[in-house]
Ligand binder design. Sequence first.
Ligand SMILES: Cc1ncc(COP(=O)(O)O)c(C=O)c1O
Length: 399
Amino acid sequence: MFSSRTNWLLSPNRLSLEIEELRRKGRPLLDLTESNPTRCGLVFDQQGIFEALVNPQALAYTPDPRGLRSARQAVADYYAERGIALDQAQIFLTTSTSEAYSYIFRLLADPGDDILVPQPSYPLFEFLAGLNDVRVIAYPLFYDHGWQIDLRTLETRLEARARAILVVHPNNPTGSFVRRDELAGLLAFCRQRSIALVADEVFVDYSLGADPQRVVSHAAVTEALTFTLSGLSKISALPQMKVAWVVVNGPAQLLQDALARLEVIADTYLSLSAPLSLALPKLLDTRRTTQPQILGRVRSNLQSLDNQLEANRLVSRLELEGGWYAILRLPATRTDEDWALEIARQDGVLVHPGHFFDFSSEGHLVISLLTERAIFEEGLRKILARVAFEVQPLRPEGA
Ligand SMILES: Cc1ncc(COP(=O)(O)O)c(C=O)c1O
């Protein structure tokens, strides 16, 4: 009856079952995975948002495959603030980056072709690829005083059916940005093999410090056909509004061909609604008040994490340059999933096991730096106490 692409394992995993059970029993939980910005105590410009959504012009239907002009201009202005000049014709509006990924995979790949994705990274890629009949091939990031792209291994994984290399800038959950020298390496691969670069920049505004070695935005790349994705869900912390976009850039002829084909894909769906298209300039503008709150939250949680880790010999955190997550490294005396289960069951604290993001080794837990501060501090205290309690007996006597 059903397509093989929907043959997913639908039974919940051990951790979800445990959390469901704890909730059923009414156990108070400290959720250190909370990254839904509408549930983190941020203050939004309610009135401005509501007013933007009520616009009499929304009663007229003026379809445009790329999305309403005034909305695309607001996106172009966002990039202009970063020193990147774009033509409105290079921008397509979508209802999510997920939809934008579908457009791009449909544009570039035939069934069974390969898309290279970073590992560890955003867990949805496997599903987005599967739904579009393409194969995900992971290329590793490695950690050595910060995260780097393993370009050599990436090259060995570029087989005949590779259609695109995907980067997440900064990556989720590693918080690492693509550096200029890494981009040069990626572009060389793309040019040699006539494949595209896809850059997910939803977290690009959440940088914890400037670094001139970092790529500002892939939207400016013209050396290879490049698709840059972003949207309101992270930029303005408004995931419920369902507005995202893709910026296309590259060598002139390729760019023209890509835009013409993408226009047909977008015209087939015409997915973004008029009220949201009209509201986009205002919704994008609200970032000026939400981003400082988020960056303040991320910084203060990171500081309290560092304070608590200062004297801790069992747990450390990995370096991060931006984004909303921190990665804890703890003794691999059990699997990440077992750590997360134990911490949930014993302490009522929720964390993501590293394998959720496809870490290649055990010993990693991921926590959200968006969590409200009091919950973050208490949850973290409990995690550290749990690790100390569980690992202590393994130490040699007298240590
Ligand atoms: C790397 C990355 N891209 C995209 C998204 C989601 O974007 P959207 O809500 O526009 O689909 C997320 C959400 O967490 C993400 O981590």
